[in-house]
Design a binder for this molecule. Structure first.
Ligand code: GLA
Length: 384
């Protein structure tokens, strides 16, 4: 019997790390599960609730098993997972291919098969698998193969989210391990510079990302406004403007990244909710063909560019992005997408952020894009 794909399109969900850092507990997970449903995020597609590092005791028990911290999870982890499932969500947990996790809790090195079994028994649906504290002499390649194999033999469908930070040319070998997503960059921070540097680094690797094994540009910082408890992503760094969060979300959507929310969804601003639940941008990210986009340069400004993504129904998603500090008028000549003057009457444009129809345009379309802003259109070629 064929197994169904675990990640046919980029996974969507929420992760505790950026905002809550080590302060994870049962109450946070339960109230976040409630908020994901009540805020309409599950309906928008955010189905995984993922607890990051720091959920366990600092040592394994005498049988070598991971022990959930009883102060953080007085009712145990299984009942928390059952609650998450009862809300219609899937549950994700965190471990590491090294001896210790990045925050110094027990990692799964040499415990891969028993940990995978324990996760399956608890009803885990997703494992974020980090890359800290492995023996210097060992490449991460066999360790990701090992956990992928352990999960595949656990008897449960568990998505493997490799958190490998883009080292060892991860994009070239990770699909062959059986992992479903793989981090390609350092940790995101709640600031504009971090967003643009991840996006710029990602573009050359985009062609490697495809169905059932997606490049993960890290969690979304949309809606954090500098309020995270993680010292690396916190107020010291400052947060972003709503325009910058909108551009960040549009980039992650166009580049087929998993969409994993990192803000406190229990106190979501209206604007952040609007950005995160934009159905038209989510549809571009979740397009069944999962084609990577291509980039067209903008000659008047090297920090502005156009991304084009071929969609399953014959439409094209076209994003105009401005990373520079001045507004830019960005022209798109249709022949740069292959649409010759003789072949078509033009393209109908629909704005995926303002949700307006902009009618038929011929040969060229120019968008004026504000500082750090973007425009994303769904375009439909019209025959002569
Ligand atoms: C690494 C990962 C982060 C987070 C922390 C947890 O830095 O890249 O996303 O999981 O570890 O310690």
């Amino acid at each position: 019997m064929n197994r169904k794909l675990i990640a046919p399109v980029p996974p969507m969900g929420w992760n505790s790390w950026n905002t809550f850092y080590e302060h994870v507990n049962e109450k946070l997970i339960r109230t976040t599960a409630d908020a994901i449903v009540d805020q309409g995020l599950l309906d928008a597609g955010y189905e995984y609730l993922i607890i990051d590092d720091c959920w366990s005791m600092k040592q394994r028990d005498e049988h070598g098993r991971l022990v959930p911290d009883p102060d953080k999870f007085p009712g145990g982890i299984k009942s928390t997972i059952d609650y998450v499932h009862s809300k219609g969500l899937k549950f994700g947990i965190y471990s590491c291919c090294g001896v210790r996790t990045c925050a110094d809790y027990p990692g799964s090195f040499e415990h891969e098969f028993s940990d995978a079994e324990q996760f399956a028994d608890w009803g885990v649906d997703y494992l974020k698998y980090d890359n800290c504290d492995r023996p210097n002499s060992l490449s991460s390649i066999p360790l990701y193969r090992r956990m992928a194999m352990a999960l595949r033999h656990s008897g449960r469908d568990i998505l493997l989210a490799a958190c490998q930070w883009g080292t060892e040319h991860v994009e070239q070998w990770i699909r062959s391990t059986g992992a479903h997503t793989y981090r390609t960059t350092v940790d995101i921070q709640d600031c504009w510079k971090s967003i643009t540097s991840i996006a710029n680094a990602q573009m050359e690797h985009a062609p490697y990302s495809a169905s059932d094994c997606f490049s993960d540009m890290d969690m979304l910082v949309v809606g954090m406004y500098g309020k995270g408890m993680n010292p690396e992503t916190s107020a010291i760094i400052g947060g972003c403007t709503d325009t910058e969060y909108q551009t960040h979300f549009a980039l992650w959507a166009m580049l087929n990244s998993p969409l994993i929310i990192g803000c406190d969804v229990r106190s979501l601003s209206d604007r952040a909710r609007e950005i995160l639940t934009n159905k038209e941008l989510i549809a571009i990210n979740q397009d069944p063909e999962c084609r990577s986009c291509y980039r067209l340069p903008v000659y008047v400004n090297p920090d502005a560019f156009i991304l084009v993504k071929v969609l399953n129904d014959g439409d094209y998603a076209i994003g105009f992005f401005n990373f520079s500090d001045t507004a830019v008028r960005i022209p798109l000549h249709f022949w740069d997408m292959g649409l010759s003057l003789s072949a078509a009457a033009g393209m109908e444009f629909h704005d995926c952020i303002s949700h307006e129809d902009l009618g038929l345009h011929k040969e060229v379309f120019a968008a004026t894009v504000e500082v750090h802003g973007c425009k994303v259109y769904r375009c439909h070629p019209v025959k002569n």
